[in-house]
Design a protein around this ligand. Structure first.
Ligand SMILES: NC(=O)c1ccc[n+]([C@@H]2O[C@H](COP(=O)([O-])OP(=O)(O)OC[C@H]3O[C@@H](n4cnc5c(N)ncnc54)[C@H](O)[C@@H]3O)[C@@H](O)[C@H]2O)c1
Ligand SMILES: [Zn+2]
Ligand SMILES: [Zn+2]
Length: 361
């Protein structure tokens, strides 16, 4: 099969022939139809998050089951699925206390002495975040996918695989935004726009979208933002404190920068909660004013929207089909696998929303 291989950080992905193993008892071979290009892929490409190389990036996809392992009963050939990097074991303390997105069990991967899922002429290719979706086939654990209805368009379904689940989930599950509350979202890429849409579904009163690109702020309005702030103007925190008459109840950082993570805390009102979704480069410290803790301001992280994706993703599809979740506006462009490097490059400017790779059927 063809795959986009990352051999060295900060070099373009190479389209190469790669071999995929046969499904083990609890594995599923999926033929992806669509795969989104997320900013997290770029963080691993540019080395702000180290990863074992060579690898095949990509972690936001939807596809069709091609073959199942001997013990798999949940799906069969021909089923439509969305994949999720939050593969869960189902029996560790994180899973059993309802925190499936935090499961770190190694059993969803193959062991070191087994044939690797992906290889090239007997040399292993490391699977990326249990998935590796910039490839014509994906061999994944059965707990890394959810079965979905067949009338859901695959390119929209792919978005649910990461950005929707991360952004909407951060609002619903991590922060638990209340109806009527004042919300700000910093960064209006795939993830931030999903958080804005999620805040609208949750019934937030004020939803302030922050970005440096006006066209992104326009999309944010279409998805439910009540106010917008172009961050290039300088005093973002001051403007938002004024707009909300004292600060936000909930803020979401969806970029991955020290400065904007600090801003997300600074723009809270008393009792407010900042949720950092963006991947801040490894080794970077985030600084807060200690006195703010007396006003019961809180800051927390969010991993993949604290998801229970087998429950959440089918619900998000129902929201989309009911016209509440706006996925059409999130897609800037459909591309071929060979154009993946252009899509990664485009993420650097922030000017476009999601690029979706469509695989040849
Ligand atoms: N926590 C998780 O589980 C998780 C999951 C997926 C993605 N992420 C992370 O979320 C972040 C966003 O991902 P994405 O795919 O939406 O990215 P993206 O590149 O599509 O969007 C980022 C947006 O931020 C804007 N921006 C950049 N600098 C800014 C600034 N200083 N002020 C205001 N706006 C600014 C850009 O214009 C762009 O619209 C990334 O760090 C990604 O790695 C985290
Ligand atoms: Zn992602
Ligand atoms: Zn587990």
């Amino acid at each position: 099969m063809k795959a986009a291989v990352l051999r060295e950080q900060n070099t373009p992905l190479e389209i190469e022939e790669v071999q995929v193993s046969k499904p083990g008892p609890r594995e599923v071979l999926v033929r992806p139809v669509a795969a989104g290009v997320c900013h997290s892929d770029l963080h691993f490409l540019d080395g702000s998050y180290p990863y074992m190389l060579p690898t095949i990036l990509g972690h936001e996809s939807a596809g069709i089951v091609e073959e199942v392992g001997s013990d798999v009963t949940y799906v069969s050939k021909g089923d439509h699925v969305i994949t999720c990097l939050s593969a869960f074991c189902g029996h560790c303390d994180k899973c059993l206390t309802g925190h499936l997105a935090l499961c770190q069990s190694p059993e969803v991967s193959r062991e070191a002495d087994q044939e690797p899922r992906l290889h090239q002429n007997s040399q292993p290719i490391h699977q990326f975040l249990n998935l590796s979706s910039f490839a014509e086939l994906m061999l994944i654990h059965e707990h890394a996918l959810v079965k979905v209805r067949k009338d859901m368009p695959m390119d929209r379904a792919a978005l649910i695989g990461c950005s929707t689940t991360t952004g909407v989930g951060a609002v619903f599950h991590t922060a638990k935004v209340e109806p009527g509350s004042k919300v700000a979202v910093i960064g209006c890429g795939g993830v931030g726009l999903a958080a804005i849409n999620g805040a609208a579904i949750a019934g937030a009163g004020q939803i302030i979208a922050v970005d440096m690109v006006d066209s992104k702020l326009e999309i944010a309005k279409a998805l439910g933002a009540t106010h917008t702030v172009n961050a290039s103007s300088g005093n973002v925190v001051g403007e938002i404190i004024e707009m909300t008459q004292g600060g936000c109840d909930y803020t979401f950082e969806a970029i991955g920068l020290k400065a904007t993570a600090e801003q997300s805390f600074q723009m809270l009102g008393a009792g407010g909660t900042a949720t950092v979704i963006g991947m801040i480069p490894v080794g970077t410290m985030v600084e807060l004013h200690g006195v703010d803790f007396l006003a019961e301001k809180k800051i927390q992280g969010s991993n993949m929207g604290s998801n229970r994706f087998r429950i959440d993703m089918p619900r998000f599809i129902e929201f989309y089909l009911a016209g509440k979740l706006h996925l059409d506006e999130m897609i800037s462009k459909h591309i071929k696998l060979e154009e993946v490097n252009d899509a990664l490059e485009a993420l650097k400017s922030g000017k476009e929303a999601r690029h979706i790779i469509m695989f040849d059927s």
